[in-house]
Design a protein around this ligand. Sequence first.
Ligand code: UDP
Ligand code: MG
Length: 314
Amino acid sequence: MLSLIIPCFNEEAALPIFFQKILQVVQEMGCGYELIFINDGSTDRTLKLLEDFSVQDPDHRFYLSFSRNFGKEAAIYAGFCNAHGDYIAVIDADMQDPPSLLPQMLSLLESGEYDSVATRRVNRSGEPPVRSWFARQFYRLINKISDADIVDGARDFRLMRREVVEAILAMGESNRFSKGIFGWVGFRTCWLPYENKERVAGESKWSFTKLFRYAVDGIISFSQVPCSIASWFGVVMTICAFLFMLFVIVRKLLFGDPVTGWASLVCIIIFIGGLQLFCLGIIGQYIAKTYMETKQRPHYIIAKTNMEGAIKIR
Ligand code: UDP
Ligand code: MG
């Protein structure tokens, strides 16, 4: 059986198109299936659409409606917790993840060669160039400084065996950076490249600032390298200070000591002060994350669902 997990946040415009396409694809595939829609605190008619859609075939169509917006990562987590299939896929509702790839993904898994089939977009058409540039730099950086293998252009659109999903669920952290988590659990992954598609309707929920924060969160979740930045600054500054000391002593011996250097002194003090605050900030980020993790708050809360026995809080 195949479980499809579809996170939806204000997708009233895209859902009717998605319903039609996904039904066509699963019927063509002819295997057992369940569609699990997660309504992530939408403020438009998304929930109404999902209810109406599920009523027509309550054995195959389910919705889990959150008590508020918890974010896509939480929606994916809730889907994984409540999926019953042997094969489990995550797919966006906006048609940017083409459902027509599913049959090919399934046959790749069934061949037994892979445990997980992931997709990656080969171009970033329809995206502002500045954003693409930052995205590329982010992937280069995070792959250098963390041991999670994060592929540039990787989408969350994936089909996985149950074992992989169980491994993912065993990672109970509340700061969930899916791209890193998928890579971290390992397993044999097949990458399917495809041309970037623009969403059929509605708007992306990602502004540039949101993406930037997401990138910082990703780095903090999967790397400790920023923590050692302070030590490296410390080493470099000590060496500089030592060289400067030699310079001052030599100058004193050769030319006497005219009391100058007020301006440079102030610059140095401000510079070091800035560096110290910067490093404190990095440590602060890690402490804040640790603080949130220790609270062990639930990842999501389901307020309404048509799935019997669904795990409502976890
Ligand atoms: N989404 C969600 N919760 C959120 C933001 C997005 O469930 O807080 C869903 C959204 O409905 C869509 C998918 O996640 O199905 C991807 O969102 P979006 O298209 O905005 O992101 P992009 O494709 O631009 O990365
Ligand atoms: Mg999208």
